[in-house]
Structures are given as structure tokens and as C-alpha cells.
Design a protein around this ligand. Sequence first.
Ligand code: PGA
Length: 258
Amino acid sequence: MQIGIFTDETALATTAAKHLIKILNNSENKVLGLATGSTPLPLYEQLRAANRAGKFTLRGVQGFALDEYVGIAADHPERYRNVLRAELVGDDKTGLREEDLHTPEGNAADPRQAAADYDAAIKAAGGIAIQILGIGADGHIGFNEPGTSLTSRTHVDVLTEQTRRDNARFFENDMDKVPSQCITQGLGTIMEAKYIMLIATGENKATAVRELVEGGISARWQASMLQMHPNALILVDEAAASELQLAVFYRERWNHNL
Ligand code: PGA
């Protein structure tokens, strides 16, 4: 696990984009794991800028979202397929093609089958070269909420009250409008990505980041499973790093540029 601590969001996003582009360019299977939420937005802006500058394109790359709400209207702007389309799809964005954007089918008649099909589609694409992750204040990655098996596959889950409260800002500040279920890649699925890049910003992520990096591995803090991943890059701002006991050491190791 490498931990980078940044003073500002732009420096963090620039480093994140640099690593993502390098890993994807060097990877034989061009498969990118995509995250939604607020945290990756500056990174997506960097990818759009790189595409505009002709330095990078997601054209020809397969993109797989981490998760999707169950039972959200197809045209709802917060449906993750629509969010990712608006951020990434098209030559005026990152070059990602609509047909190469894969999201779990949250409106399927049988969401559990849709989850299993999604897991199989990731495998069929050759697996994810690099997975972008955010983290919930309750430690979730994807929508793997506390208590989920640390080896779970893509599955239907229920959102915690905390997550629905956190996401209410996307739903007219009304947590009752936040869907209560989702389909999410499981921890077992996420752990199969060759590289992981988790980004966390803001003080309300500080406890989750502490548990991720320095806590024991436990189903209570799902992200702690990343301690078992051989290639996990954790990029945080000062606020999200504020509860880390060994921040001085992580900075020193980061400066060694391993
Ligand atoms: P956020 O969400 O980036 O909007 O904070 C992260 C997450 O819930 O995984």
C-alpha cells in the first residue's frame, strides 16, 4: 500500500491522472474500473483535459462502474450510468464510447441475476487493469456496506442510513429519495483488479481512511481489505489524512518514489 498525502485537490487529481494514464497505457487489457460520487470528479476533469490536449484517450478502453442504484428511473441524472456518461462519454469528453461503458443493470427484473452477469462480464473482458475507488464515511468501497463478506462477488446490497444521508445531497437533500438498494461489485471482485487507486478528500473521511490504512482488517471497515492488495495506491488530502498516526512515515516513503 502506498499512501500519498496532498495539500490541495488539484495536486492530488494531477497525480491520480498521471498514474492512471501510465498504468492503462502499459496494460495489455484496457479495462478501467470507474467510481462515482464527488471525489473522482477532479480526476475525470484531468482526463478530459488530457483528451482535449491529445495526450490521452479512453477510446477503445472498456469502462466498468463499481455500482448502480436499484430501482432508479432510467433517465434520472443520478443514475450512475447517466453520471458516468455525462462525465466521460464522447470525443468531447474522454473519448470513452457509450458501448464501452458498462454499468450494473439496476432496473433488471432479477437484480441478483444482473449482478452475477455483471461479475461475469468483468471476467470476460479480461479483468480490471486499474480500479478507481472512493470511500464512504462508513468505510464502504463500491457500496459494500459494513458486515458484507470480504470475499463477496458483485451482489445486491442495502445502503446504510449514513450512506443515504451522505448521498441525499444528490437527491434534493431528501434521504428518503435516495434508493435503498444497489448492485455493487463485491470486495472479492474489486480485489481482483490489478491496480487499485483509492481517493479520499475531506475531514468526514478521516476515520474511514485511518481504519483503511491502520486498522485491523474487518468487515466493519470494508476498505481495510485493501491492506491485502499488492498494488493499492491511496491518495488523500490533509483533512482525510488527519487521523493517520504514521503520516510522517507515509510522506517519507512516498518521497522515495518507489
Ligand atoms: P463521495 O462518495 O466521493 O461522494 O464522497 C464516496 C463513496 O461513497 O464511495
